[in-house]
Design a protein around this ligand. Structure first.
Ligand code: UT7
Length: 334
């Protein structure tokens, strides 16, 4: 019988560098409330959001992700020519084909990477961490075993300003990470999955429907209350399971960085996990809004650059959103 060769890669993987880019137009709650029937206090009390970053017309998913990726490669000390694979997590790329990852490869000067996009909404970055880690350990990430992952969103184009229940939430930006081989474990087993019965809870309309909107773009629709309840009832358990699978206790975590969807959900997760006070909790939503797939890497990059997350520390990251999808793992800070 013919025996095929199979690939094997590094024993472990870890994050080597991070980078981020925030849309440059800051929209305060006061400004938001000139567009929708709400109050700055209601928005802040219900979500923790004080302002959000929206992209300008010139800031595109490609330009924002390229900026975040350059910064991540710079921190990692990795040249574009060494990147073996690029994974983009986004719901904002407006072309079914080619993938945003292909445009990004050209923009960054990566000569021959495997390149593809994934659609896992707000869980997209953590899905990408799982994929990158698997590719590296399987030996599918090029000669140097380096994967560039980026979560990027420009959701301001897709909000329905007449829907006061969702219009104020979303923000625009990109967050990237270079993931590569490691001598020690740097990414724990991923807890991931989806809840098919709630597939319609958060949706983006199809493009034909979008064409008749004032903006020409499809709108995001969300049953926020259902998402909120699911996050409290089930995502809490998934987060606890991620800690358990990593073989550590909650008090051994240094950082907790959930998807920045709502500070009240973050508070509930912190309570459920019994995290001690010294665990630094990511609360980037106040200035950024909910930037979907980019929310975790943008917040992570900020914590690293501000010295609130330091090399060797452990962070639980967990994303959850449309699908309903979720994914979480513990990562070691580069
Ligand atoms: O990132 C993807 C995952 N998404 C999420 O995780 C979102 C999770 N959900 C949420 O964050 C919250 O559900 C929201 C912030 C979206 C909404 O907060 P809520 O406390 O769940 O509000 P609700 O939708 O249950 O509405 C409560 C009330 C309603 O009035 P009545 O029916 O009680 O009289 C709404 O009409 O608040 C009203 N309301 C508003 N009032 C002032 C809804 N939106 C607004 C608004 N300003 N912008």
């Amino acid at each position: 019988m013919t025996t095929l060769a199979t690939s094997t890669g590094a024993r472990y993987a870890r994050i080597l560098g991070t980078g981020s880019y925030r849309g440059s137009r800051v929209v305060t709650n006061e400004q938001m409330c000139t567009m929708i029937d709400s109050t700055p206090e209601w928005i802040e009390q219900r979500t923790g959001i004080k302002e959000r970053h929206w992209a300008t017309e010139d800031e595109t998913p490609l330009s924002m992700s390229a900026a975040a990726c350059r910064s991540a490669m710079d921190m990692a000390g990795v040249e574009p020519g060494r990147i073996g694979a690029i994974i983009v997590a986004s719901v904002s790329h407006h072309r079914p084909s080619p993938a945003l990852a292909d445009y990004l490869a050209r923009e960054l000067g990566c000569p021959d990477p495997a390149a593809f996009d994934i659609s896992a909404a707000c869980a997209g970055f953590c899905y990408s961490v799982a994929l990158a880690e698997s590719l590296i350990r399987a030996g599918h990430a090029g000669d140097d075993g380096l994967v560039l992952i980026v979560g990027v969103e420009k959701l301001s184009e897709m909000i329905n300003i007449a829907d006061r229940g969702t219009a104020f939430i979303f923000g625009d930006g990109a967050g990237a990470a270079v993931i590569g081989p490691s001598r020690t474990p740097g990414i724990s087993p991923t807890v991931w999955g989806s809840k098919p019965e709630n597939v319609e809870t958060i949706q983006i309309e199809n493009w034909l429907a979008g064409a008749s909107n004032d903006t020409g773009y499809p709108f995001i629709t969300m049953d926020g209350r259902t998402v909120f309840k699911w996050a409290l009832a089930e995502v809490t358990g998934h987060a606890a399971r991620a800690i358990e699978l990593a073989g550590i206790r909650p008090e051994e975590l240094d950082i907790f960085l959930p998807h920045q969807a709502n500070d009240r959900i973050t508070d509930a997760l912190v309570r459920h996990l019994h995290l001690p006070e010294n665990v630094a909790v990511g609360r980037d939503i106040a200035e950024m809004g909910n930037a979907s797939a980019s929310s975790i890497p943008i917040a992570l990059d900020r914590m690293i650059r501000e010295g609130r997350a330091t090399s060797g520390q452990t962070a639980l990251i967990i994303g959850y959103g449309a699908g309903l999808t979720y994914a979480g793992q513990i990562v070691v800070i580069p």
